[in-house]
Design a protein around this ligand. Sequence first.
Ligand SMILES: [Zn+2]
Length: 476
Amino acid sequence: MEYEPVIGLEIHAQLKTESKIFCGCSTKFGGSPNTHTCPICIGMPGVLPVLNRKVVDYTIRMALATHCTIAAVSRFARKNYFYPDLPKGYQISQYELPLAVNGWMEIEGEGAPKRVRIHRIHMEEDAGKLVHDEYQPLSYVDLNRTGVPLIEIVSEPDIATPEEAASYLRAVRDVLRYLDICDGNMEEGSMRCDANISLRPAGTIALGVKVELKNMNSFKNVQKGLEFEIRRQKVMLERGERIVQETRLWDAGRNVTVSMRGKEEANDYRYFPDPDLVPVEVGEQWVQEVRSCLPELPEAKRERFVRQYGLPLYDALVLTTSRSLADYFEGAAKRLDRPKLLSNWIMSEVMRELNRSEREIEECPVSPQDLAELLLLLDSGVISGKIAKTVFDEMFAGGRSAKSIVEEKGLLQVSDHSEIESAIDQVLSENPKEVSLFRGGKDKLFGFFVGQVMKKTKGKANPQIANDILREKLKG
Ligand SMILES: [Zn+2]
């Protein structure tokens, strides 16, 4: 029997506000343990939380960007459980009345775009951190993170494969970054992801028993964790065994999921409305204010890049993964009206060098203007493609302009017929054996001659002219 996976994701995103959700403490990452704290976030009795307006603002941004309905009235509840990094014994979170519901995100599906529905987006506070001593049986508590604002984005189980899950997660991260409300760094924990996954016989409607998967702290781990879980559940179903409803942890070291707790051990959180906080009222005017400040989002930008610049969808997808990369492309496109040439160079040379030097596009030593200038030299035939790549590498290493490198090193492309012709004559007279083989029918040797001519002219010969003359001369 064929099985199909049914996957839903819960994404926690740490909001980039200056202060915490219910007090004025700093949200800055790092800092000596327990220095970004006050009686409110360390949970002293009798203190009163006050909601940070910016948190609501940011959540509305995400809700609008994902086509959600925003509730005129939402409410905070207490989610009760004891944990050493949550000293007041409960987490303040939205429960039965979340701020936003019923949205969707568009992702790349198999062959066509696909919509993943968003069930809800709600606000909550983060817990602190436990630091376990490596040498002694001791744990330390750091409450700097306690009370840092989070939003939880819960999808419907619309995801069908681990690749789609990764693609959805990327789409959510891209939007969070475009909105400038979360840095989306999974390795540092500012974006975290849990998954619900079940299998059912292909083509059927009823859902199978679901397993919750936690602890996947990178895109790769989300995909690998889900792949493992699909295999595990499939083997069990094929053997006629029952899937147990449980929470499992992804163990990236061993590449397996391990059981953390079963349904019987699941916590009863005894949610109830937090009596210290008034309901959150968001009027139409507030929503409009936020809407009017929204930037162009990845989806819209992608469509515009295809329409305005005539780029293939793939190029548009790559160039719009971040706002900065899209800005870089547009900065260059403003100066050189050759969008496909620019996009090819950005996706190959620029991104390769950035990856190699572990830098972000914002730190690229070659500015969009400089790239445009270089490619103008290439496009107008002043330098050859091969030389352009060498010049680019030098620009990347030294931050100098294309023109100055080309002039200083005498790299101008040779388009002078007689100069190229004399190089070709030399090559032909130096390689009589190859010439007769070519004339005897060994066509493949043409590339050899081109290579020799380029070598002789130090890569500066205009390839089109060199090809034409070579063909003419080799006819014999
Ligand atoms: Zn505080």
